[in-house]
Design a protein around this ligand. Structure first.
Ligand SMILES: [Zn+2]
Length: 464
């Protein structure tokens, strides 16, 4: 080997030996920084009307920069009174479409007077974390940001680009979500940290993990009847707006939309049927094998918790009518809230309501904002496999099944824009144990290190 080449090789070897190896961090090492950020996140009141989402986004951007993300990889998009945060983790193969990872930075309002503890202070008690947003969904925002920081410090380079897309008004208008879906719909798929997740039984043992692959569309219809009115001492029952509306509501209450299924609901009912017992479980198993079995469909439909899995549902939720105790009503209104099966149009549901009510005097209008129709996402074996493998690291053998939720998450706007979306929140909880949106919201404290393990493992798996 000529001397010059030898010298070059020696130099390369020397530099390689001098460069510190990529530092691998453990979840235990990542915990103090994570808890600090979570404390700050809960204290930042990102409720509607306080303009704190842009401040929170700025805080997260600063943290990411300190871990090595360049300013040009971080975008804060102002949208009305809120903001969206976008973070690019560039991949080695720029020809591959990116994977989006979504979440929301805002929280539902909380009145400190009603809470047992300060909702905007992270408090740990008896193995639980308390505070507005610990479950929905600041813990996942922070564990995702920490995982991006950790992977960057470790020198990890994904093959495919990963992009964090955090909205700022998921709980209210979703204007920032619409903006994100408009800008970032050219993606391979999206992982939503605010949907799906694991269920624990009463003893705290894992039952199953659901990947949300579909959600129902949400629509409100306003029924209105008007009548001439007049003095209440001179009633005319055939010209009474309240009576006409009452009849219309009776007709809606008696109507059942047709039974439907897709690959997601069949897989989900099959899994639920094997975990439950009794007549309902048997009906679920039968329906999963024979979706045209009317008896099984009737048993499932009789259960309010599951009827929505096999039909579009519509229900009266608000009522308003009349203007004086001693006057005939001139107007009566009702709101009908519908959860529409994926693939069914809002227009066809409106047509069905009109047919069922069968009275042209009842006007039916779709209430704003315009409903977003969201198709079911086709199940991807690569996503199912990566999520299963990650869940099994924590809970070996637990069933990982696709599921359809009642809506409406950030995913609906991305599904509407053509991006397959999968809700894969790492959190396991007992049924009705987190009080998301409610009083004294809580999350088992051990879900924080579990989420750090999960995101680190899942994100390196899906972008390899
Ligand atoms: Zn949420």
């Amino acid at each position: 080997m000529p001397f010059v080449r030898l010298l070059i090789v020696a130099c390369i070897l020397l530099i390689a030996a001098w460069m510190p190896p990529a530092r691998s961090e453990t979840t235990r090492q990542a915990m103090p920084e994570t808890m600090d950020m979570l404390r700050h996140a809960i204290a930042t009141q990102t409720v509607e009307g306080k303009n704190q989402v842009p401040v929170f986004a700025q805080y997260l951007a600063g943290k990411l920069e300190s871990a090595g993300f360049s300013k040009s990889d971080i975008e804060i998009i102002p949208v009305e009174h809120t903001a969206a945060l976008v973070v690019h983790y560039r991949g080695s193969d720029s020809k591959l479409k990116p994977i989006l990872i979504s979440g929301h930075m805002d929280v539902v309002a909380a009145n400190p007077k009603d809470w047992q503890r300060d909702p905007f202070k992270l408090i740990e008690e008896n193995g639980y974390l308390y505070g507005r947003g610990v479950a929905d969904m600041k813990t996942n925002i922070i564990t995702l940001v920490e995982t991006f920081m950790r992977l960057k410090r470790e020198g990890f380079v994904p093959k495919r680009e990963m992009i964090l897309v955090f909205s700022g008004d998921e709980e209210t208008d979703m204007a920032s979500t619409r903006e994100l879906a408009k800008r970032y719909h050219d993606a391979e798929f999206l992982l939503n940290a605010d949907a799906g997740g694991g269920t624990l039984d009463a003893e705290g043992k894992p039952v199953l993990f659901e990947i949300q692959a579909a959600e129902k569309s949400y629509a409100d219809f306003l029924l209105t009847v008007t009548s001439p009115g007049g003095h209440s001492s001179e009633p005319n029952p055939s010209h009474n707006a309240i009576y006409k509306l009452a009849k219309a509501l009776d007709a809606v209450a008696a109507h059942q939309f047709p039974v439907q299924h897709n690959e997601i609901t069949l897989a989900s009912l099959k899994a639920l049927g094997t975990h439950e017992s009794g007549a309902l479980a048997e009906a679920m198993r039968t329906f999963a094998a024979h979706p045209d079995d009317a008896r099984a469909a009737a048993v499932i439909s009789a259960d309010p918790a599951y009827v929505g899995q096999i039909r579009t549902t519509c229900v009266a939720t608000m009522l308003d009518g009349g203007h004086a105790l001693n006057a005939l009503p001139q107007r009566a209104d009702a709101n009908i809230n519908c959860r529409i099966f994926p693939g069914v149009s809002v227009a066809s549901v409106k047509a069905t309501l009109a047919k069922v009510i069968d009275n042209p005097a009842v006007s039916i209008t779709v209430r704003p904002p315009p409903p977003v129709e969201s198709p079911a996402s086709p199940l991807r074996p690569d996503v199912m496999k990566a999520v299963s493998a990650t869940i099994h690291e924590r809970f070996p053998g637990v069933d990982v099944v696709p599921g359809m939720s009642s809506g409406a998450t950030d995913s609906m706007h991305f599904r509407n824009a053509g991006v397959p979306c999968f809700g894969v929140s790492p959190n396991f909880a007992k049924a009705n144990d987190t009080f998301a949106h409610g009083l004294n919201e809580k999350l088992p404290a051990k879900e924080v290190p579990a989420a750090l393990d999960y995101w680190h493992s899942l994100l390196t798996r899906v972008t390899r």
